[in-house]
Design a protein around this ligand. Structure first.
Ligand SMILES: *Cc1c(COP(=O)(O)O)cnc(C)c1O
Length: 397
């Protein structure tokens, strides 16, 4: 009998009960705006920032309205302005070049390797082309961050990390988002904590932190933050930063605080599922798995494999056959952007030169989400379906 998978690749777990209770408290007191506090009260947003700063080991943290907003704010806070070039990954998702465009910057794309990380040789070659790197740890794959930082430090490049897929990951014992000047995270529904929309930004740099708080729309109420620098730092910037409202509200923060407490457990559960997929797909002819270096701490909330040098039609056939059996694969090689999946060539507002080595990799990438509503048995079934359909198409070719 042909096996079918019936789970939903977009169904996350419910918000934990203590998050629901905390949200109801906020709804009942009506003080949803982060600066709307009763006498002596600390706002949920300020508490979340304090807790997230402690969790990442950062000095400062700011909660905002989305991951894309966090990135754009970081870019602005480090001084990127109209016309400025910004190095970034050719393999990433649309909010990354979008954030550069939002501040009037110009993305300069850096290639991707077969390990799905930024091509460090290409980065070194382009190091003279910009003063800022917006590094996307796309789909949770972390490059050799020691080498990346050596390249960037050597060239005087400020690094902003997009940790939308690496919240809770790291490299060589350093948490993701803590190598560069700023780490940016998303709490959108499909990421590692879910508040519908939301973002977090961390930094150890007091001036960047103060600028970011002011930019997010703090109405000179910055003393109500618990993970921001002192007022003397704000004095240096408060007349120069436009208010570009993008604050997080107390409702979202209330939902997130209990999730942060559970995050380590959730990461372990994601990685249990990831390992089942990885093991079940080992030694599938024609299919290349992505190696996970020993120094990398990853969160297996999504899974990728490569069909390197396959014909487009054969890849389409695999996607179609898996789809008919309930396994939803996203292909980064499609000529037209589809749903969340697009690549540098699609972003016409950001002109680029073709990157042939990267195009070969991008054309080969198949991607799927692994929500925690899937059991390990579900993951084994998904892997069996992929293995069978890749095998069938490979044999026919
Ligand atoms: C989700 C995501 C972001 C931020 O997204 P928002 O929807 O703005 O929270 C940034 N980078 C990548 C790679 C993402 O997947």
């Amino acid at each position: 009998m042909t096996e079918h998978f019936t789970g939903s690749f977009t169904q996350q777990e419910p918000i934990p009960e203590d998050g629901i209770a905390a949200a109801l408290d906020v709804l009942r007191n009506g003080r949803l705006h982060r600066y709307n506090v009763a006498a002596g009260e600390l706002s949920q947003a300020a508490l979340l920032e304090q807790e997230f700063a402690a969790w990442t080991g950062a000095r400062y943290c700011l909660a905002v309205s989305s991951g894309g907003y966090a990135i754009a704010t970081a870019l602005r806070a480090v001084g990127v302005g109209p016309g400025d070039p910004v190095l970034t990954n050719a393999f990433t998702l649309a909010p990354v070049p979008g954030a550069i465009a939002a501040v009037g910057g110009r993305p300069v794309f850096v290639g991707v390797t077969e390990d799905l990380t930024i091509d460090l040789d290409d980065l070194a070659a382009r190091a003279g082309q910009a003063k800022v790197l917006l590094l996307s740890h796309m789909r949770g794959h972390t490059c050799d961050m020691d080498r990346l930082m050596a390249i960037c430090d050597g060239a005087g490049i400020t690094v902003i990390e997009d940790c939308a897929h690496t919240m809770g990951g790291g490299w060589n014992g350093v948490a993701s988002g803590r190598h560069g000047a700023v780490g940016c995270y998303s709490t959108q529904t499909y990421k590692h904590m879910n508040s519908g929309e939301g973002g977090l930004l961390v930094t150890d740099d007091a001036d960047i932190a103060a600028r970011a708080v002011l930019l997010s729309g703090s109405y000179m109420l910055y003393e109500r933050h618990l993970a921001a620098p002192g007022p003397e730092v704000f004095e240096r910037h408060k007349y120069d930063m436009p208010n570009i409202s993008g604050r997080m509200d107390n409702l979202r923060a209330a939902i997130l605080r209990p999730q942060l407490k559970d995050l380590e457990t959730q990461i372990a559960r994601w990685n249990d599922r990831y390992r089942v997929l990885d093991e079940e797909l080992r030694d599938t002819a024609g299919l290349r798995l992505v190696a996970r270096p020993e120094k990398e701490a990853y969160v297996g909330s999504s899974f990728q494999f490569l069909l390197l040098d396959w014909a487009d039609d054969a890849i389409r056939e695999v996607v179609a056959r898996c789809g008919r059996r309930g396994v939803e694969l996203k292909w980064f090689g499609a000529p037209e952007p589809a749903a969340f999946t697009s690549t540098y060539g699609h972003w016409r507002y950001a002109p680029s030169e073709p990157l042939p080595d990267s195009d070969r990799v991008l054309r080969a990438i198949l991607d799927m989400r692994v929500p925690l509503t899937f059991s390990e048995e579900d993951c084994a079934l998904i892997a069996r379906i992929i293995r069978a359909e890749v095998g069938a198409v490979y044999q026919a070719a």
